[in-house]
Design a protein. Structure first.
Length: 195
């Protein structure tokens, strides 16, 4: 991925380090599209591209004091993009693997160990299992949200940005919904096999 540095990049980085959000917006506008294009070639998902680009720029903002000390900002940007994209790919693979392991586990249980959503497991039990499989940061966001905290309050408790809180909540909701869908489908399948 070749990114052409901006002519006024050093000046922008200096301003951003001082907390200048207009300079940050200019940097974002300049690099957003090339980053998204590169990420899309790897993931082929517009939504994932948008999420990763936002995460990258949240990271840049959070570490803005270090920006003036970088020799080549575009190299730093490439490394961030590569790492975030690889982490995303790893998460997708792990989620698929976990989903497949869960499906295989349920399919091969013997009759006395099979899940019965009507008798042995309540919806709350299944929901709790879904939440327990989330990464710790996503679990914390859901816990604080359940306690009635607002996004800003959660961010303060966890020491992260409000954008990160929103992302963790989105990812958690998506993962839990997927888990519940799989569980419901398998329960219906098992019920129909037994009857």
């Amino acid at each position: 991925m070749a990114i052409k540095p901006l002519d006024n990049e050093k000046e922008l980085l200096q301003k951003i380090a001082g907390g200048d959000d207009r300079a940050f917006a200019e940097l974002f506008r300049a690099y957003q599209e090339p980053l998204a294009k590169y990420i899309f070639t790897l993931l082929e998902s517009v939504q994932m591209c948008e999420e990763i680009v936002l995460d990258i720029f949240v990271k840049i903002w959070e570490n803005r004091e270090t920006l003036p000390h970088l020799d080549k900002f575009t190299s730093y940007l490439f490394i961030l993009t590569r790492n975030y994209t690889l982490n995303c790919i790893r998460k997708i693979v792990a989620d698929r693997k976990q989903s497949q392991l869960y499906t295989d586990d349920v399919q091969y249980r013997n009759d006395d160990q099979e899940l019965d959503i009507n008798n042995s497991e309540t919806y709350q039990d299944v929901l709790q299992r879904a939440v327990s499989q989330l990464p710790a940061s996503q679990q914390k966001v859901l816990y604080y949200r359940q306690q009635g905290l607002k996004t800003r309050e959660i961010a303060e408790h966890m020491g992260i940005s409000t954008d990160s809180v929103k992302k963790y909540q989105q990812w958690a909701a998506r993962s839990v919904a997927e888990f519940l869908k799989i569980h419901a489908a398998l329960s219906i399948l098992l019920f129909s096999i037994r009857n």
